[in-house]
Ligand binder design. Structure first.
Ligand SMILES: C[S@@+](CC[C@H](N)C(=O)[O-])C[C@H]1O[C@@H](n2cnc3c(N)ncnc32)[C@H](O)[C@@H]1O
Length: 244
């Protein structure tokens, strides 16, 4: 099972709108102007398809890949016009190359070694036409040192969730948080527990991995400079790289 399988129902209900209401205007500014109308876009680690639906509504054709089959089930409901596959970002192939790629909400921080990150970039590059722009966001140490994994609770009549941060380890550059969820289903409370791990890849590692994978013209922007306010913008960088 993928870590997001058990979290998918809560993620789909509570985690999409706030982030994408801030991120989509950024994509409209730094990435979409480089993409032709009706182009074919690859969404790497597409989650529950919220972004795929926004892009499909603007006339793009979208293929999303994600490691979690349950996140993909939601994506198929949320964006019926898009195509989705359950695949590891570090090991996937598409039948035809795409015109652009995107990966949002620090999805690539979920890849836990520099080697796997490079593999994810390599497979993304292989799925793109020459000149295609690839936009993604990643968290820097500032984010892991401050609000990431802060204690959080959500209590409703028939579901509840708690998030407990387990801190950031400076040596391994790994951060971890525990999520405990309860849902009342057919009169019985069902509990599930998930651990989400992320790695803070350094700017030098990201740059080297992109170049080894076949990307150039790498631009990096601080999310706050692009107008992403609040905790979501803290320690977040948006990259745009071009497939050579
Ligand atoms: C924070 S969510 C972001 C989802 C979506 N990109 C969004 O913007 O809402 C991270 C997603 O990355 C996926 N993921 C993590 N590691 C992955 C991997 N190695 N390959 C593919 N998907 C992965 C998870 O299953 C999850 O759906």
């Amino acid at each position: 099972m993928a870590p997001y399988d058990d979290f998918a129902w809560f993620y789909n209900r509570y985690w999409n709108e706030e982030y994408h209401s801030l991120a989509f205007p950024i994509l409209e500014r730094i990435w979409l102007p480089r993409i032709a109308p009706q182009a074919h876009i690859l969404d790497v680690c597409c989650g529950t398809g919220y972004l795929a639906a926004l892009l499909a509504a603007r006339g793009y054709s979208v293929t999303g890949i994600d490691a979690s089959a349950t996140m993909i089930q939601h994506a198929r409901e949320n964006a019926p016009a898009a195509e989705f596959r359950v695949s590891d970002a570090a090991d996937f192939r598409l039948p035809a190359p795409c015109d652009a790629a995107v990966s949002t909400f620090d999805s690539l921080n979920h890849i836990l070694t520099p080697e796997q990150l490079e593999a994810a970039f390599r497979h993304t590059a292989a799925a793109l036409k020459s000149g295609a722009p690839f936009v993604f966001d990643m968290l820097r140490e500032e984010a892991y040192q401050t609000h990431w994994g802060e204690a959080f609770a959500l209590v409703r009549k028939d579901h509840l969730l708690t998030i407990t941060g387990a801190g950031y380890d400076f040596r391994s550059r790994l951060a971890c948080c525990h999520i405990t969820m309860f849902r009342l289903l057919d009169g019985l409370w069902q509990r599930s527990d998930v651990e989400i791990q992320e790695r803070c890849h350094t700017p030098a590692e990201i740059d080297a991995a992109l170049r080894h994978a076949g990307f150039g013209e790498i631009l990096c922007h601080d999310a706050r400079d692009l107008g992403m306010a609040g905790d979501l913008g803290v320690g977040r960088s948006f990259y745009v790289a071009t497939r050579e």
